[in-house]
Design a protein around this ligand. Structure first.
Ligand SMILES: Cc1ncc(C[n+]2csc(CCOP(=O)(O)OP(=O)(O)O)c2C)c(N)n1
Ligand SMILES: [Mg+2]
Length: 362
């Protein structure tokens, strides 16, 4: 839904045809190709991750099927020294920030090492946040630190439509507005919060207008139009870096997949709604636009898919070669001063591990 007081941006219609005056980035063929390639890689990564979950090699996984434009646009708009504070449906942007595919798989395999990004670019980014909306406040903390240090950097934080109903989200908007923090809130409105539809989530026509009460500009973009998402996020990040304050951007998209691999959306979601949403998905849209300008064809598509599959295969092999974590790690980074009962538990665990010949699992 829209609201006359809330700006809405879309440049490409669902068939990839321009429906408004195009922004300068539409002529940047290199950028558009990069966005396209990353969206395809994200989608293929998702497919691979689901296959790994189905064969018991990783745990629960949250796909971003249909929402690839949001993460990829954000990844392209962020500068190396900005900070990303993501939620769990953010593989697209994480990969662009330098998180390695095997790290993302490690994380979803329940291994903390997946959040210790090796790439220096991603090192200051936060790990995936599963507790709904709490990351919005962490993002404000980071943004406040940047302000205090007088740095010209920005923080981007993401969340779902459901997360906007949480107190944490509203408190974060409030403090961001009160302190004029360099933070950009990006809502991935995929229309569902597990089985709760957007229509039941909130009485306001848009989620973007929640910004108004906090004194923050709020706007909507077509989250399936990567040009719109990129243009508006880039402007908001630049505003934040220049000390002009926070922005809230609601990206309208659709969750084409189940909520996670632990969900079966066919139990609560009409098939017709899902098929209608497929007609608006972001990859086909950018592909059609690129093709209309002579910048994409069937051969390039096939080459890209083969290239991505080969990259994925190598990442899975690296992931499977990584040994088990040191069991001691479950006790680390929890307390500044070590509590005695935990010391006993750690000793007991070490003895058991030693009895099993160094294997944490039997
Ligand atoms: C504090 C908290 N409460 C409940 C949950 C369980 N939970 C996981 S995902 C989810 C729905 C979130 O929906 P939305 O914010 O729209 O994000 P989406 O998954 O659709 O991207 C809920 C309630 C949780 N992870 N954390
Ligand atoms: Mg949602």
């Amino acid at each position: 839904m829209h609201d006359p007081a809330i700006p809405f941006t879309r440049f490409l219609d669902p068939d990839g045809r321009p429906c408004a005056a195009l922004p300068p980035c539409a002529d940047d063929a290199e950028l558009l190709e990069r966005l396209y390639r990353q969206m395809v890689l994200t989608r293929l990564f998702d497919q691979k991750a689901v296959a790994l979950q189905r064969t018991g090699r990783i745990g629960t996984f949250a796909q971003g099927l249909g929402q690839e434009a949001i993460g990829v646009a954000l990844g392209a708009a962020l500068r190396p020294d900005d900070v990303l504070v993501p939620y769990y449906r953010d593989t697209g942007v994480q990969l662009m920030r330098g998180a390695r595919m095997e790290e993302v798989l490690l994380y979803w395999g329940g291994d903390e090492r997946g959040s210790a990004f090796a790439d220096p670019l991603a090192r200051e980014d936060f790990p995936i946040c599963v507790p709904i909306a709490t990351q919005a406040l962490h993002a404000c903390g980071v943004a406040a630190a940047m302000r205090i240090r007088d740095q010209h950097r920005a923080v981007a934080t993401t969340c779902g439509d459901g997360a906007t109903s949480k107190g944490d989200f509203l408190e974060a908007l409030n403090v961001a507005g009160a302190w004029q923090l360099p933070v950009v809130f990006i809502i991935n409105n995929n229309q569902w919060a597990i089985s709760v539809p957007r229509s039941l989530q909130c009485g306001a026509p848009t989620l973007a207008q929640k910004a108004v009460g906090a004194g923050i500009p709020g706007e909507q973009v077509d989250g399936n139009d990567v040009l719109a998402v990129y243009t508006r996020i880039q402007a908001a990040l630049e505003r934040a870096r220049q000390g002009k304050g926070p922005t809230l951007i609601e990206c309208l998209s659709y969750r084409l997949s189940d909520h996670t691999t632990a969900d079966d959306a066919s139990r609560y979601r009409p098939n017709e709604e899902v098929s209608a949403a497929w007609a608006r998905e972001p990859i086909k849209r950018l592909q059609a636009f690129l093709a209309s300008r002579g910048n994409w064809n069937e051969q390039r598509e096939q080459d890209l898919i083969e290239h991505c599959q080969a990259q994925l295969q190598l990442a899975v092999e690296r992931f499977e070669r990584i040994g088990e974590p040191d069991p001691d790690q479950v006790f680390e980074h929890l307390y500044q001063r070590w509590p005695t009962p935990l010391a006993e538990q750690r000793e007991q665990m070490r003895e058991r591990v030693a009895r099993r010949g160094g294997q944490a699992h039997e």
